[in-house]
Ligand binder design. Structure first.
Ligand code: ZN
Length: 479
């Protein structure tokens, strides 16, 4: 009995300590100040619509990319942004990449770099409500492949530059803009990697790099009403593992079991039902703290007392695919191959497993995990592509503070936080040139809307075009 009392007393004390900590750490949301009036963005909307009509689809297969579309897009940009073309455009030493330099007032300050990509993923007309490469404006949205990823970023950066030039104004520091041509190609080496090499030859380093990334997300966490602006400070690693199994085939009328295909299928199922160890990395810890400081009390209690609530957080996060990906390395089978005839048993069967690695994990650890889970010596593993998790950018310092302030100015309702990017961007190609790399797309949308990005019916609300231009204008003027 006495022991139960002691136990209850300890639990009560822990909860009270948690509540006091929450009350101390939680911040009251400042009065919302409306954003400064948005610039007239009709022109930017039209330019975005036009930019979508160029089918700048990049492909991994040599010879399959229609480079002429990139040439046409570049010609259109020259015409749509004549002042940028005349005063800011630099010679790119690599084909189909675009570079601009806007010299600022403070020429001694380290320059900033804004990046986006010109290429898009392919689109199948039949799956779309509107043609993917047309100038559709419906229901307040610009529709089309690239409307969000990433021509929004590209067009609104140039529009902000053009508007400043029209007013005969300069940004505070010097800003570069770089638009590569192959971000969507896994492991592409024609775009940002060549631009980064050129910058290196030019002896450049940057005070801040802003690439596409997290958005101002509505309903990011169920129960938190305010939108959450998520700024990527790190990216997960990427790995493709090839599984293969060879066995005596036999004839399908007298089958010899198990088949190679059966073994691969079993391996794939085992991977799907296994989970890798969960842990809260630095960017996610910072995200929980930032959201906790401004969230309703129950969330604040959960997020600000990790010392007490960690197991519960792990449990809750594990239930959502997006949140689960923030706390563990994930592996998923994406391709499988057996025989190509219905009455022939495959002698060799294979599959590809795609893994996204949390920082701290690596190729060897992942291969060990996959081998243990598959537990079959007849299934051979080989890694066909590997990119380690990116470095983590700091969330302290002037660059991040200025970025946060700019986001709050344009999206005053939002809770602004750093987070871990789940997908890969061009940003990692510039890692040697800048320590403050942030991944953020200045657009507000529902969490589900983001999934249209590489899917049918990609679109962007016209309000977001205005906000993105205002965001870049504000950043250029203030930092
Ligand atoms: Zn993109």
């Amino acid at each position: 009995m006495f022991l139960i009392f002691v136990l209850l007393a300890i639990i009560a004390t822990l909860i009270v300590v948690g509540i006091i900590r929450t009350l101390v750490l939680r911040r009251k949301h400042d009065e919302i100040t409306l954003p400064t009036s948005l610039p007239d963005t009709q022109k930017a909307i039209e330019k975005l619509q036009h930019a979508i009509t160029f089918k700048t689809v990049s492909s991994r297969e040599e010879g399959e990319t229609d480079w002429d579309q990139f040439t046409q897009l570049a010609a259109y940009l020259a015409e749509a942004f004549p002042l940028c073309e005349k005063y800011l455009k630099l010679e790119s030493e690599s084909e189909h990449n675009l570079i601009y330099r806007f010299t600022g007032e403070e020429t001694t300050a380290l320059p900033g770099l804004l990046t986006a990509h010109q290429d898009v993923v392919s689109a199948n007309d039949e799956e779309w409500s509107h043609p993917p490469f047309a100038k559709t404006l419906e229901e307040g949205y610009v529709w089309g492949r690239g409307s969000f990823d990433c021509k929004l970023q590209l067009i609104t950066i140039l529009e902000a530059f053009e508007l400043l030039l029209q007013e005969n104004k300069k940004p505070k520091r010097t800003w570069y803009a770089a638009f590569g041509c192959d971000e969507e190609v896994n492991g592409g080496n024609k775009g940002a990697s060549l631009i980064a090499e050129q910058f290196e030859r030019m002896g450049l380093t940057f005070s801040i790099l802003l690439d596409e990334g997290g958005v101002v997300s509505e309903n990011y966490i169920n129960g938190i009403d305010r939108p959450i602006a998520v700024v990527g400070v790190a990216e997960k690693g990427y790995m493709d593992t090839h599984l293969s199994c060879s066995r005596e085939a036999g004839h399908s009328s007298t089958p010899l079991m198990p088949t190679a295909l059966g073994k691969i299928a079993k391996a794939v199922t085992a991977i799907e039902s296994s989970k890798q160890e969960a842990r809260i990395t630095k960017p996610v810890q910072a995200m929980l703290r930032n959201i906790g400081e401004e969230a309703p009390f129950p969330f604040a209690f959960l997020f600000l007392n990790l010392w007490l609530t960690r197991p519960l957080i792990m449990f809750i996060f594990s239930k959502s695919p997006t949140l689960n990906a923030l706390i563990r390395t994930t592996s998923v089978p994406t391709m499988i191959e057996g025989s190509d005839k219905s009455n022939v048993i495959a002698q060799t069967s294979s599959a590809v497993v795609n893994t996204r690695l949390l920082s701290g994990d690596d190729r060897e650890k992942t291969v060990r995990h996959l081998k243990t889970v598959i537990a079959d010596n007849e299934v051979a593993l080989s890694v066909s592509r590997y990119e380690e998790p990116s470095k983590e950018s700091p969330t302290t310092g002037e660059a991040f503070a200025q970025l946060k302030a700019t986001i709050s100015q344009i999206f005053p309702e939002a809770i602004v936080t750093s987070y871990l990017m789940l997908g890969a961007t061009d940003a990692r190609k510039y890692q040697e040139l800048c320590q403050h790399i942030y991944r953020f797309t200045p657009a507000q949308m529902d969490k589900r809307e983001v999934h249209r990005m590489h899917a049918p019916d990609e679109r962007i609300h016209t309000d977001n075009v205005g906000k993105a231009v205002a965001f870049f204008l504000s950043l250029l003027k203030s930092w």
